[in-house]
Design a protein around this ligand. Structure first.
Ligand SMILES: [Fe+2]
Length: 369
């Protein structure tokens, strides 16, 4: 058996999933690791210890669909290779995901929408549920919350005939390393950030109420603090608003990271006011957030909800300020791994000497639902 033939890389599996190819994705990690994050549509076999111990009968009592290829997955791609080898010998068309979940952290897919003369491409890092955007109007574009290699955005710009005029972040992220600065360098775009952003690198300041222009499309800057003090939303008329981690399709941003209890209460109050402001927008305005609480499926379906639908769907948006503060500060999820170091690297604007794949592993935990 040639080991290389048993491997599939992240791009390969992403293409299969995007093209709806029938495939069994078999997660062989310990249950606890799978609970943390997993590939959408994958199934689990609790065989990790046996595989590690070299048990070749580990799949004897597990029936998989023989007509579908099987892709085995573990944390780093070694144990899954043992699993693929055994499955291949049993007659399956088996592959092991190269680099495992650590590599899968960078798997991405897209969804898009055209609103009047603006095209919005939602670029989704599947595992972490990070959503970034490239928004084009005629021959210009802006990128918001770049979380992938700059080349991904450069390729979209090229294929759509856009030059990237602006790049920006909705806030100083604490759960992934922003690629906005790198993209600014690679694209020669102007790096915008709200004037409230406390970062240690130069950027072009924008402020609440200001409008920037992407060809003939005006984009309004809204300072929406709460999740962080500098959190910003970007509004395209009554069509769309990019809300960062302030408002999601299934919850609101957490107000506690890098804050003690009293600060979290203050931030929660700010978040309440910011959300009130957003809920006053036109009911048809589409909310395009920076995260999804779960892994993003490879289904091409835009993750969005209108302001009107969110007002009906999210009970927490109808609470009084006191109730909201109690609600948000009592439902705070566990902190994301490495958030302090990630936030400090983002503040610094450089991750030199660090491996993003090590720091960014794991699920996103930016929301309160
Ligand atoms: Fe965040």
């Amino acid at each position: 058996m040639i080991i290389e033939d048993l491997k599939i890389d992240v791009a390969g599996l992403s293409t299969w999933l995007t093209n709806n190819r029938s495939v069994t994705v078999l997660d062989v990690r310990p249950k606890s690791e799978r609970e943390e994050w997993s590939i959408p549509g994958s199934i689990h076999a609790d065989v990790y210890d046996k595989l590690k111990a070299g048990d070749r009968h580990v799949f004897d009592n597990i029936k998989l669909d023989i007509d579908k290829p099987v892709v085995t997955v573990c944390a780093g791609g070694k144990t899954s290779l043992k699993a693929a080898e055994i499955l291949k010998q049993k007659g399956y068309d088996a592959y092991s995901l190269q680099g495992g979940m650590k590599a899968w952290n960078y798997a991405w897919n897209t969804a898009e929408i055209v609103l009047h003369d603006v095209k919005i491409i939602q670029v989704r890092r599947s595992s972490k549920g990070c959503l970034s955007y490239i928004i084009g109007s005629q021959d210009e574009a802006i990128v918001i919350d770049a979380s992938l290699d700059p080349q991904v955005y450069l390729d979209f710009a090229k294929s759509n005939g856009w030059s990237i005029k602006y790049v920006t972040d909705t806030h100083v992220h604490a759960d992934y390393i922003s690629r906005t600065r790198e993209l600014a360098r690679a694209s020669m775009a102007t790096h915008l950030f709200i004037d409230k952003a406390e970062v240690n690198y130069p950027f072009t300041h924008v402020q609440d109420g200001e409008r920037i222009q992407v060809r003939n499309t005006p984009i309004e800057i809204l300072h929406t603090p709460g999740h962080t003090m500098e959190s910003t939303s970007f509004r395209i008329g009554d069509d769309a608003i990019f809300t960062g981690d302030t408002l999601f399709v299934d919850g609101v941003g957490r107000p506690d990271l890098k804050a003690d209890h009293d600060e979290a209460i203050e931030r929660s109050k700010l978040l309440y006011s910011s959300l009130r402001r957003l809920m006053h927008l036109h009911t048809n305005t589409l909310v395009l957030p920076a995260h999804l609480a779960t892994a993003v499926a490879f289904n091409g379906k835009l993750i969005t909800e209108s302001i009107g639908n969110l007002a009906k769907k999210l009970d927490m948006l109808r609470l009084s300020e006191d109730e909201f503060v109690k609600y948000t500060t009592s439902r705070i999820p566990p902190t994301p791994p490495n958030y302090q170091i990630i936030a400090s690297l983002n503040k610094q604007g450089s991750y030199e000497g660090h491996n993003p794949a090590d720091l960014e592993a794991g699920a996103n935990r930016c929301a309160i639902a």
